[in-house]
Design a protein around this ligand. Structure first.
Ligand code: ATP
Length: 309
């Protein structure tokens, strides 16, 4: 038995993500938008412990406000565990103990990270050995961002965001992440973008969404200055329109030495790209001095992994 399986308990860590580029296309007949995204996994982690149990249960705690996280069958991690059990015909259950550090409903894919962690944990706990391709298939059934939380690193996502291909990213990118006290609902932000586009307040998409080649080039060249020039998030205008106070924080971060500030995914978390770790520290200090929570993280980091004791 491996050390991670001691006492029939498995510990998995999964990262939150930032969208370095996010283009939103037309809404499809299934209600989802066609998107093109450049994801980066960053060093803000969800920890999940899975223990053998008769039923399927979950407890949630963490360094962020977890009051919005369901602890019943709506919990995405619990649904992931059930999916693995169903897939392999496992008759027992599991208790999941989730410790969250990724802001809830913050646009950093925290729930998706929990689900990816639960897939990996149950696979190890029950000795299923499903392999990457099969876990990826299960992940895609759970949500658009779950496959990326499994994969980690830096990747391009198309379709709903779940058709992934790895992107070559050299070196390390330093980010300062500013979570908001209250989350934003992802469907609400998409609906608001649709409304803004319908009113012609924002230009509608032209053609199929695609990640700007300059972004891929900047990642390959480990060049944060070039990356900052080409980052874009189509959901940003909608998130800022729903939460106008975020604009001031974006301005403050950029005045404090960040190369660029952007809304992460559907927000309201903001991410500031710094040219190096020292500058990131300065941005973090300036934002903290303004009374904001500011976390210095870096990417890319690995996806959901079993942590050996
Ligand atoms: P994304 O960027 O993937 O759209 P997000 O990061 O904005 O998502 P999450 O923190 O993943 O948001 O949570 C979105 C909603 O999902 C929460 O408001 C909550 O009701 C529900 N949810 C279900 N399971 C979980 C979980 N394990 N952790 C957090 N939220 C969960």
């Amino acid at each position: 038995m491996s050390e991670a399986l001691a006492e029939n308990r498995v510990h998995v860590r999964a990262p939150g993500k930032l969208n370095l580029f996010f283009e939103v296309g037309e809404v499809q007949s299934d209600g989802y938008h066609d998107v093109a995204s450049a994801y980066q996994a960053v060093s803000l982690y969800e920890e999940v412990w899975a223990t053998e149990a008769v039923d399927f249960t979950v407890s949630v705690s963490g360094t962020v406000d977890v009051s919005g996280v369901p602890s019943d069958d709506r919990n995405l991690a619990l649904r992931a565990a059930r999916l693995v059990a169903q897939r392999i015909g496992h008759s027992g259950g599991v208790h999941l103990d989730i410790v969250k550090a990724v802001p809830v409903a913050g646009g950093m894919g925290g729930g998706s990270a929990d689900a990816a962690a639960a897939l990996v944990a149950c696979d190890a706990l029950w000795g299923a050995d499903l392999g990457t391709t099969e876990l990826h298939k299960l992940a895609a059934r759970l949500g658009a961002d779950v496959p990326f939380a499994l994969m980690g690193g830096t990747a391009i996502g198309t379709g709903r965001g779940d058709q992934l291909s790895p992107a070559l990213a050299k070196g390390r990118f330093d980010w300062v992440v500013v979570p908001a006290e209250e989350g934003l609902s992802t469907p609400e932000v998409y609906a608001h973008l649709d409304a803004l586009r319908a009113r012609n307040d924002i230009a509608p998409p032209v053609g199929a969404p695609e990640v700007d080649r300059s972004v891929l080039h900047a990642l390959r060249a480990a060049d944060p200055v070039a990356l900052a020039e080409h980052t874009r998030n189509d959901l940003q205008a909608a998130a800022l329109s729903l939460r106008p106070a975020l604009r001031e924080v974006l301005d403050l971060g950029e005045r404090s030495g960040a190369l660029v500030g952007l809304v992460s995914g559907s927000g309201p978390t903001l991410a500031f790209l710094a040219p190096d770790p020292e500058s990131a520290l300065e941005v973090q200090v300036m934002l903290s001095a303004a009374g904001l929570t500011a976390l210095h993280v870096h990417g890319p980091v690995a996806g959901a992994r079993v942590i050996r004791l």
